[in-house]
Design a protein around this ligand. Structure first.
Ligand SMILES: [Zn+2]
Length: 277
């Protein structure tokens, strides 16, 4: 009897493990993670090897890397990890409290300009702005500096702050973190028409799917503006690292409901076009 039972268990185990063990399984759609924080306060939650292994496991081909302070970004970039394209952005924060005050803090401007001298940064952000908080001299200086140095901005901004950023300098190029969280899709479309240098990043974006199915309005938006969307994990707290795999599989499940060329642009093609130098 024990033998029979073991045999039955072994057969069951084979069935359960077979799908993941098949060597011929195609890799999932590559993804560029356009909202990655590798915070370093004072050490990262996941050590470098674990983060790199996670990216490999999830078939992440590149990341828009930021961290608070910038040590994490530098460590990722300077590690030159094989198979991972690191696009570093300057985070204008040293500590978490800077989120609330950076827009009026001249020492943050010094931080940006000093960090920029490393020569490899592609943008500034993610930074947070809500409403008229964007209307300060120092924010305008940040936007002008980005335009002058050919840097992107990665802005966690509400609608009003987004409009103020473009009013500061119409030549700004902005990756809009979270696409306003809940801004109506028609308004997102109007912004995409009005601002040709606006790209929408979709972490935490409300309303894209319902019961796992792409909503009609978001499907239409992606098909109409396939060149204007990016995906992101937003690992702003440790839990986001623990759920990284499910964040990516959620993305892949709705990307699979789009035409292949549209899905590939959103997953990684748009990042290639924007950031490859
Ligand atoms: Zn973020």
């Amino acid at each position: 009897m024990p033998c029979r039972r073991t045999g039955w268990l072994a057969a069951l185990l084979l069935i359960v493990t077979a799908p993941t063990a098949r060597a011929a399984d195609p890799l999932p759609l590559p993804i560029f993670d356009a909202h990655l924080h590798y915070n370093w306060e004072p050490v990262p939650y996941y050590p470098m090897e674990k983060v790199l292994a996670l990216f490999r496991q999830q078939n992440i081909m590149g990341i828009l890397a930021t961290s608070r302070p910038n040590d994490g970004t530098r460590a990722l970039y300077e590690a030159k990890p094989k198979g991972l394209w690191v696009v570093p952005f300057i985070r204008p924060y040293r500590i978490r409290a800077d989120i609330q005050t950076w827009m009026d803090d001249a020492s943050i401007q010094d931080l940006i300009e000093t960090e920029y001298k490393r020569g490899y940064y592609v943008g500034i952000g993610e930074f947070h702005l809500s409403g008229k908080a964007a209307a300060t001299k120092l924010v305008k200086r940040t936007v002008d500096f980005a335009v002058e140095k050919n840097l992107y901005l990665h802005a966690h901004a509400d609608d009003e702050a987004l409009e103020i950023l473009f009013a500061h300098n119409p030549k700004a190029r902005i990756v809009w973190a979270h696409t306003g969280f809940s801004t109506a899709p028609e308004k997102v479309a109007a912004y995409l028409e009005r601002y040709p240098a606006l790209w929408c990043e979709l972490s935490y974006r409300y309303g894209i799917t319902s019961d796992g199915k792409l909503t009609a309005e978001w499907k239409a938006l992606f098909e109409r503006y396939p060149d204007r969307f990016l995906l992101g994990s937003d690992t702003w707290i440790n839990e986001r690292w623990d759920s990284y795999g499910s964040t990516m599989s959620d993305y892949r499940s709705w990307l699979a409901q789009l035409p292949k060329d549209v899905a590939e642009k959103i997953a990684f093609g748009n990042a290639e076009r924007l950031f490859r130098r």
